[in-house]
Ligand binder design. Structure first.
Ligand code: NAD
Length: 355
């Protein structure tokens, strides 16, 4: 890596990560280590069988299962899960699933002081960040609080073998976006840059391979390792225009999270990377290209990811509102992006045109 003369401060977040095929078997030892003697297992409705598998492993320390986790953490869901935890006298929880399930565990930590162990089964990376979200009356509120960080994260690639290819692809591009934005974040550092480079390289190799053979354990392990590295970048840096746009689109138009990331990443990269030469150089190395924005677009295309906002159900007339909301509060970015340029970016992304 080229040494940087830029000043930087790196503040690592506390995390214990257990990684590897079969890591789920360590769940009882890891909850015991945290003295969690009555644990509520959380999942989305579709992953109830996996929650039951985790509860069976926990044996006597499983206090129950709550399989009602939903995208964007509705307050009503948190209330119902907290009630289940109270009724079962749980003193902690295990979140087994994607960002929606981990998000519910974070909300339970924030509002009810319940510590959590996370077993991520997608590449979203929420398990390594102190960022929480809560949705009430169609408004998503987010914040940072170290109290919501899962105490232990268990990454078991075997649990991702069944993650459907389209979800794997969009979730993997979501993770890649964390690396891209961490590389030009105002609070980046050589440590973050090294993690982002390695994470981007892992995902760029693993995603095409997993579309060919989704059941290959080594490929799934590579993808999950990339997600870990990218999630760690997300946890320690301030994201820019890309994450801002995804947040606004998700909130205003209720768009699916990972798909929105997949569509926008090449467009934001094309606008931002020319103003961030070090990030551009690092990504070029990671992706094996001299034009990383074009390579990200080619990657998304080759993976069969959604490539336009129109495909996600956005109407052209929604775009000015999105731009307005993005411009309404300042955000970190390697360069300012004015209204006109933002609207052009959104129109191109809406139509799926060349950035
Ligand atoms: P998700 O958790 O909603 O999962 C997507 C779907 O995949 C769900 O239906 C789930 O049941 C299913 N699924 C998960 N793992 C599976 C597996 N191994 N096999 C088969 N099906 C599986 O989606 P996500 O993309 O993981 O997370 C998105 C949410 O996470 C959003 O609400 C987003 O805001 C949040 N998020 C938060 C942060 C943060 O730092 N706070 C970071 C990233 C994402």
């Amino acid at each position: 890596m080229t040494p940087s003369v830029a000043p930087s401060v790196h503040e690592a977040l506390p995390s214990r990560v257990v990684f590897g095929a079969g890591a789920l078997a360590e769940l009882p030892a890891e909850t015991a280590r945290l003295r969690l003697r009555r644990v509520l297992v959380l999942s989305t409705p579709g992953r109830g069988a996996l929650a039951e598998q985790a509860a069976a492993l926990l044996g006597g320390s499983a206090a129950g299962i709550f399989d009602g986790a939903r995208m964007h953490v509705p307050v009503a869901t948190v209330t119902a899960a907290a009630e289940a935890a109270r009724a079962a006298a749980a003193n902690g929880c295990v979140a087994i699933g994607g960002g929606s399930t981990v998000g519910l565990a974070k909300a339970l930590s924030l509002r009810h002081g319940l510590p959590s162990v996370a077993v991520p089964t997608t590449y979203a990376g929420s398990e390594l960040t102190p960022i929480w979200g809560l949705t009430e009356n169609a408004r998503k509120q987010t914040g940072r609080d170290r109290a919501v960080l899962p105490r232990t994260v268990l990454y078991d690639p075997e649990l991702t073998l069944d993650l459907p290819v389209p979800v794997s692809v969009t979730s993997g591009l979501n993770a890649l976006a964390h690396a891209v934005e961490a590389l030009y974040a105002p609070d980046g550092s050589p440590v973050v840059a090294a993690m982002a480079e390695a994470g981007a390289r892992d995902l760029a190799a693993a995603l095409p391979a997993l579309t060919r053979d989704p059941k290959d354990l080594a490929t799934r392990a590579l993808a999950l390792q990339g997600a870990w590295l990218c999630g760690a970048c997300l946890g320690t840096t301030t994201m820019g225009l890309h994450h801002k746009l995804c947040h606004v689109l998700g909130g205003l138009l209720d768009l699916p999270h990972a798909e929105t990331h997949a569509v926008l990443l090449p467009y934001v990269a094309a606008v931002n990377l020319p103003a961030a030469p070090a990030a551009r150089a690092t990504l070029s190395r990671a992706l094996g290209t001299d034009d990383p924005a074009a390579a990200l677009r080619a990657l998304a295309h080759s993976l069969g990811a959604p490539t336009s906002l129109r495909q996600l159900g956005v109407r052209a007339e929604d775009l000015p509102r999105v731009a307005e909301e993005v411009l309404s509060a300042p955000y970190a970015n390697p360069r300012p992006v004015g209204r006109e340029e933002l609207e052009v970016l959104l129109r191109h992304a809406w139509a799926g045109e060349q950035p």
